[in-house]
Design a protein around this ligand. Structure first.
Ligand code: DAH
Length: 370
């Protein structure tokens, strides 16, 4: 028999509890029996209807009809009851198979749920391609921390404390490090070169490694700068490594990466951790080295026919001194190193004119490289 609200005569705590429990049970049973949308609506109206819903009746019969001294108790109980009934009504669902055809209709014309699988970021893709070139030459991949100490980022790379060469690195320092000795102070690594030292500390020569990774510098973002960017570093150490090995290796790598028709050119430069040092250029793979595209000037190489790709050189003996104990005696071993900007190479490779496009996360832009 359907539940009906009857007047209360007994307002004792037990009687109130019992009446409330009976009401909740009835509501729950009715909720479970709802079989279609029409029944659901009827159920909702029956319990919550403003004029003559069960809750309204309870309000009238139990609360308004309560004797003065039971009003407070009855009020608390009715409030709890209302919340419980509301929950049951809200939670009620059309159940069972039902014969009502509306119930489970699926609209097959609606678009499905798209789950884009994502793709490699163009900078990561470029990095991986470059790393692969060196892996084929027998290099392995090494990495190290982005939050680095002064020792690895500078001192062991032959940037002595207070040396002006440090100024070229626009370093972002971690705050609150003043109480530590300088070499232990933390900073965001400004290049991947510290991993040269870290690797030589743990691996004895001969070694051949490539080191991809993020680096940071205090550069405001613009079309060609970003406070975070990516480098790929390389290091080869053995007995009798010469500048000829450096040139041969890098020339081969550039031909693998950009195509066999590119040429390389080495121009003297300076880095504290290499001696001698050079900048390596590749002939412009956009204009073929002519500096012109049809009648227009070639912009990526600024009409010179050459594009600067990396810094390199022979590992400075002073650097080996820091890892001498792990068999890097500068009298016995020699090596070459190089470092390039992966973002810049990706910009050139894909003909993108604004570095920020790589980092502001617009999937319409990034999706083009998938
Ligand atoms: N670490 C240098 C920089 O970020 C790049 C570089 C130059 C790396 C010469 C090397 C190297 O390993 O030999 O400016």
């Amino acid at each position: 028999m359907a539940y009906t609200v009857s007047k209360l005569t007994d307002y004792s705590a037990e009687a109130l509890e019992k009446a409330a429990a009976g009401c909740v049970r009835a509501c729950a049973d009715e909720a479970a029996a709802v079989r279609n949308d029409a029944e659901l609506k009827a159920f909702r109206d029956r319990w919550l209807g403003r004029k003559s819903g069960v809750l309204t009746q309870i309000n009238d019969l139990w609360l308004k009809g309560a004797p003065k001294d039971a009003k407070r108790e009855a009020g608390i109980l009715v409030n709890e009851l209302k919340a419980r009934i509301q929950e049951l009504v809200d939670g009620a669902q059309v159940s069972g198979s039902g014969d009502d055809a509306d119930e489970q209709r699926v609209d097959i014309s609606l678009p499905g749920v798209r789950r884009p699988i994502g793709a490699e970021h163009p900078v990561i893709k470029t990095t991986n391609e470059m790393v692969r070139v060196f892996q084929k030459l027998g290099y392995s991949v090494a990495d190290g921390p982005v939050v680095e100490t002064d020792y690895y980022n500078f001192e062991a790379l032959n940037f002595p404390p207070n040396h002006p060469a440090r100024d070229t690195q626009d370093t972002l320092f971690i705050a609150g490090q003043q109480s530590k000795p300088q070499r232990e102070r933390l900073l965001l690594r400004t290049h991947t070169s510290p991993v040269q030292i870290r690797t030589m500390e743990t691996m004895r020569p001969p070694i051949r490694i490539v080191i991809p990774g993020t680096v940071h510098r205090n550069d405001p973002p613009d079309a060609s700068h970003s406070p975070m960017f990516h480098q790929i570093e390389g290091l080869a150490v053995d007995t009798n490594i010469t500048f000829g090995d450096l040139k041969g290796t890098l020339d081969h790598a550039m031909k693998e990466f950009f195509g066999s028709s590119v040429k390389t050119s080495f121009r003297p430069s300076f880095f504290p951790f290499t001696e001698p040092s050079a900048e390596m250029f590749v002939s412009c793979f956009i204009c073929g080295g002519s500096g012109k595209r049809g009648n227009d000037p070639c912009r990526p190489c600024k009409q010179t026919g050459w594009i600067e790709i990396l810094g390199c050189g022979m590992v400075d003996p002073n650097v080996f001194e820091f890892v001498k104990d792990n068999a890097y005696d500068p009298k016995r071993v020699s090596g070459f190193a190089f470092g390039m900007g992966a973002d810049r190479i990706a910009l050139l490779k894909y003909g993108v004119d604004d570095l920020q496009l790589f980092f502001n996360g617009d999937v319409r832009f990034l999706g083009q490289f998938a």
